[in-house]
Structures are given as structure tokens and as C-alpha cells.
Design a protein around this ligand. Structure first.
Ligand SMILES: [Zn+2]
Length: 126
């Protein structure tokens, strides 16, 4: 059905569409405005595309891909991102300046996990 192809096709900010944050299995989506705000800030600093490789995850999908139980992805507070032509350490430093409360560093797969958890700051690497 044609209508379904446009579900979540909503521009949130100049470089972000809600569909980018939707769960790949069911298209359900949750996105906290604070997370979006920080991603917009990151996009503005970088002046290049920020690819959302994993945004919202429904609990079933999170389990299927081996995400931690109670992942911040399941409540719209986390996104995994990739950015081209930048060293991951350099990207990490920029994200530190933007002050995401959770940052996971995944060197082998070349992505960062970013979140806006309300509890104390957390940093980890794969
Ligand atoms: Zn799903």
C-alpha cells in the first residue's frame, strides 16, 4: 500500500527525517527531543552527513540483534551513528564537547553509540 511507504516520512530538522530513527522490523519509533537536538548540534559542527545506523528499537528487535536488556534505544534516548571521512577518535572528541551523557566507542565497526540518559554519565568501548 502506497500510504505505508510514507509512514514516518517527516522532516524533523534540516538534515534529519523521523524515518531514519524508526525500528527496522516494525517502523515503530520513539525519539526524545533532547537526543535530536544534540544530533543537530553534531551535524552543524561536522558540516557533513551523520548516518543513524540504529535509532529506536522495539524490544523484540533489540533482543534479536543482541542489544542489552533495557537499552536506551528502546525508549528513544539513544542512536548509533556513522560519519564518513573522520577519524573515530576525532568524532568522539566532538561528541564529548556536545556532552552526550552516554557514549560507546566501537572501533572495529567504526561507529559511536550516543545517548541522553538521565542518570550519570557513562563511557565505554567495545
Ligand atoms: Zn521493531
Amino acid at each position: 500500500m502506497q500510504m505505508l511507504n510514507s509512514i514516518n516520512n517527516i522532516i524533523l530538522a534540516p538534515h534529519f527525517n523521523l524515518s531514519e530513527f524508526a525500528c527496522p522490523c516494525c517502523r515503530r519509533v520513539m525519539l526524545h527531543p533532547k537526543l535530536l537536538g544534540k544530533l543537530v548540534e553534531l551535524r552543524n559542527v561536522l558540516e557533513r552527513p551523520v548516518y543513524i545506523t540504529s535509532g529506536y528499537r522495539c524490544p523484540g528487535y533489540n533482543q534479536k540483534i543482541g542489544g542489552v536488556p533495557n537499552s536506551y534505544h528502546c525508549i528513544g534516548l539513544a542512536a548509533d551513528i556513522k560519519v564518513g571521512d573522520i577519524n573515530l577518535i576525532e568524532l568522539l572528541e566532538i561528541c564529548e564537547n556536545i556532552d552526550f551523557s552516554g557514549i560507546g566507542f566501537y572501533e572495529k565497526k567504526n561507529f559511536l553509540h550516543l545517548d541522553v540518559r538521565p542518570t550519570k554519565r557513562s563511557r565505554w568501548r567495545e
